[in-house]
Design a protein around this ligand. Structure first.
Ligand SMILES: NC(=O)c1ccc[n+]([C@@H]2O[C@H](COP(=O)([O-])OP(=O)(O)OC[C@H]3O[C@@H](n4cnc5c(N)ncnc54)[C@H](OP(=O)(O)O)[C@@H]3O)[C@@H](O)[C@H]2O)c1
Length: 288
């Protein structure tokens, strides 16, 4: 298979891409700092903060071999809110809007039966009661411009947490919407569980990131904490295993030691909110 991936350079995404290459698949990885190509893996520049970079990446991958699987796994979590030069909130832009932009740019090049996996997170669901402030809504305009959001928490840290959980909610809703737009594809959302020792906590600094990796797994329900090897392995399976060849927006969550299909949050299942999120995301990207 030819697998195109964002977020394949670090954390459990790097584990997934390494496994897929070892299994003989050919990979194209979008990378902020591309490495030298190998026999199985081609690196192309991709910075999701910058739509011109996403455009160039999309142009290049649609010109190459047909895409059998598209894994949208890149993501960031900030310690305090940040804006991009275009004025939009950085987490929502990188995790959601830039991925929607990439999807739209490559959609016509995805053949019947191609797989698309978007990495979400259990933090999207208030019922999971994770330490991350859960989403309050999935209104793309308010998420892109939080100063317009009456539900914005006061504390900077909670704002950053909510931006993250909301972006992951948006990823899961986008998978469900894509499945309706293109029923010929196999579309999934993936929750890797809590995975310590990845780069996700890097904005907190090394000391806090290390402490979180040591402590958070002990505070969580045993089956909600995972490992880089386990979650990377599950992502590789979603991309290639025959069992996942006909998925219509299903949500797969790591419940150690298994990967199980569960329902996402009530808001993630709201079809009207999901369609609105897609339309508003396109409008914010200048694509509507
Ligand atoms: N770790 C967890 O507990 C956890 C739980 C639930 C969901 N997730 C999700 O899982 C995914 C992978 O996270 P991880 O924990 O493995 O973290 P990670 O080690 O920080 O990996 C994040 C990946 O995203 C890429 N990325 C970040 N910003 C980017 C940008 N502006 N342009 C292009 N690529 C960018 C990174 O590229 P670089 O190599 O250039 O940094 C890296 O490959 C994320 O979507 C995250 O939200 C993680």
């Amino acid at each position: 298979m030819h697998i195109v991936m964002t977020g394949g350079t670090s954390g459990f995404g790097a584990e997934a891409s390494a496994r897929l290459a070892r299994a003989g698949h050919s990979l194209t990885l979008g990378a902020r700092q591309p490495s030298a190509d190998t026999a199985q893996t081609r690196y192309l520049p991709l910075d999701l903060e910058n739509l011109a970079s996403v455009d160039a990446f999309a142009e290049e991958v649609t010109r190459g071999a047909p895409i059998d699987a598209l894994l949208l796994n890149a993501g960031l979590q900030l310690a305090k809110p940040e804006r991009l030069p275009n004025g939009m909130e950085k987490t929502f832009f990188v995790n959601q809007l830039a991925h929607v932009y990439l999807l739209v740019r490559v959609l016509d090049a995805l053949p019947d039966g191609a797989r698309v996996v978007l990495t979400g997170s259990g933090t999207h669901d208030p019922a999971e009661k994770t330490p991350v402030t859960p989403p309050d809504h999935a209104d793309a305009r308010r998420l892109a411009f939080p100063e317009t959001d009456p539900a914005l928490p006061k504390a900077a840290r909670k704002q950053a947490f909510r931006a993250y959980s909301s972006s992951k909610l948006a990823n899961i809703m986008t998978a469900r919407h894509l499945a309706r737009l293109r029923p010929d594809l196999s579309v999934m959302a993936f929750d890797p569980g809590y995975v310590p020792w990845t780069g996700l906590g890097r904005a907190n600094g090394r000391v806090i990131a290390t402490l979180a990796s040591l402590i958070v797994p002990r505070l969580m329900a045993g089956n909600r904490s995972s490992t880089v090897a386990q979650s990377g392995g599950f992502l590789a399976e979603l991309a290639t295993a025959p069992a996942y060849a006909r998925e219509q927006g299903s949500y797969w969550s790591v419940r150690t030691p298994s990967l199980v299909r569960i329902e996402p949050s009530a808001l993630a299942r709201d079809e009207a909110a999901t369609a609105r999120l897609w339309e508003d995301s396109l409008a914010l990207l200048g694509l509507a």
